[in-house]
Design a protein around this ligand. Structure first.
Ligand SMILES: [Zn+2]
Length: 320
């Protein structure tokens, strides 16, 4: 299982990655951690990275890729890995694919955690940290009138907001994400590997959905081996379908028909298609509704906003 998780800041990538580590016993490979470790250990790549950073430059992709390659050679990564924080752009994605195919260990899953921007903004700007133990809270998921103090520390220190987590910075971070990382989605969609998950709401439910997507038979993979060209065309039409709401039902019908012809993988195909298509539609509608609700709520005051935000968002979502 060789996984890339995609998702904007605040999409819950980190939390879900940690859960996958426990569930599947494969390491989460964070490029940030790799960099820090290599620099601290003074490896050749670490030294090169340090020089770049000291010169105020970005660490080159080649250096980061080299670190990933070294990390993949370690025993715990033999069964797979979850890449975290890489690739961030199209150039990196291509370089990664190249390296992994050289190693004979191509990616098996790319999953995009979808969360509407209004929700992302809320999640990040609501974040509060304990200055003492580092515990992370969110004012929007705390009980109304709850104390903004760390409940884990005896001294109950007041929670603080990281300078990066204010609303203005968040908008900027999301813009950067949009411009650099979004093209990745098209890239991986064309490879037929990409799957979407509605990553709003209950963390456990999202983990269950993610686990399901990762353990279900690799439908697209089967087609890759059988008919490369056809698959590519299909992936393209899927991307289009996503953009065009009307094309969705068509794509769904097509996929369903194909699924029927394969008795064995029938269930998986159906579920997957259902998840993908339904989730997409719902996410869009929800995003709109939420954005609307937020504007209204802002006028009505914070209390209302909290109540609205707590409204069960998961109802009717596609499940297995
Ligand atoms: Zn604390």
């Amino acid at each position: 299982m060789r996984i890339v998780l995609l998702g904007a800041p605040g999409s819950g990538k980190g939390t879900q990655s940690q859960r996958l580590v426990k569930r599947f016993g494969i390491p989460q490979i964070s490029t940030g951690d790799l960099l820090r470790s290599a620099v601290a250990r003074g490896t050749p790549l670490g030294v090169a990275a340090k020089q770049a950073m000291q010169a105020g430059k970005l660490v080159e992709d080649a250096i980061v890729l080299g670190m990933i390659r070294e990390r993949l050679a370690e025993a715990d990564a033999a069964q797979g890995f979850i890449l975290d924080g890489f690739p961030r752009n199209l150039v990196q994605a291509r370089a990664l694919d190249e390296m992994l195919s050289e190693l004979g260990r191509p990616l098996t899953h790319v999953v995009q955690l979808d969360v509407p921007y209004a929700e992302l903004t809320r999640r990040i700007s609501g974040r509060r940290n304990c200055p003492s133990c580092g515990a992370v809270y969110n004012i929007y998921s705390m009980p109304v009138g709850g104390q903004l103090h760390c409940s884990a520390c005896d001294a109950k220190p007041p929670l603080v907001q990281r300078p990066d987590d204010n609303e203005a910075t968040v908008v900027e971070r999301l813009k950067v994400y949009e411009s650099q990382t979004r093209p990745l989605i098209d890239y991986y969609a064309a490879s037929g590997m990409l799957q979407f998950i509605d990553a709003q709401g209950d963390i456990d439910e999202i983990t269950a959905l993610l686990t399901h997507v990762l353990t279900a038979a690799p439908v697209e993979g089967v087609k890759v081996r059988r008919a490369g060209k056809k698959r590519k065309a299909k992936a393209k039409s899927k991307v289009k379908a996503k953009k065009k709401g009307k094309a969705k039902s068509k794509a769904k019908a097509k996929s369903k028909a194909k699924a029927k012809s394969k008795a064995k993988s029938k269930t998986n195909v159906k579920t997957k298609v259902k998840v993908r298509v339904k989730v997409k539609t719902k996410a869009k509608a929800k995003a709109k509704a939420k954005a609307k609700a937020k504007t209204k709520a802002k006028r009505a005051g914070r209390k209302t906003a909290k109540r609205r935000a707590k409204r069960p968002a998961r109802k009717g979502r596609a499940r297995r």
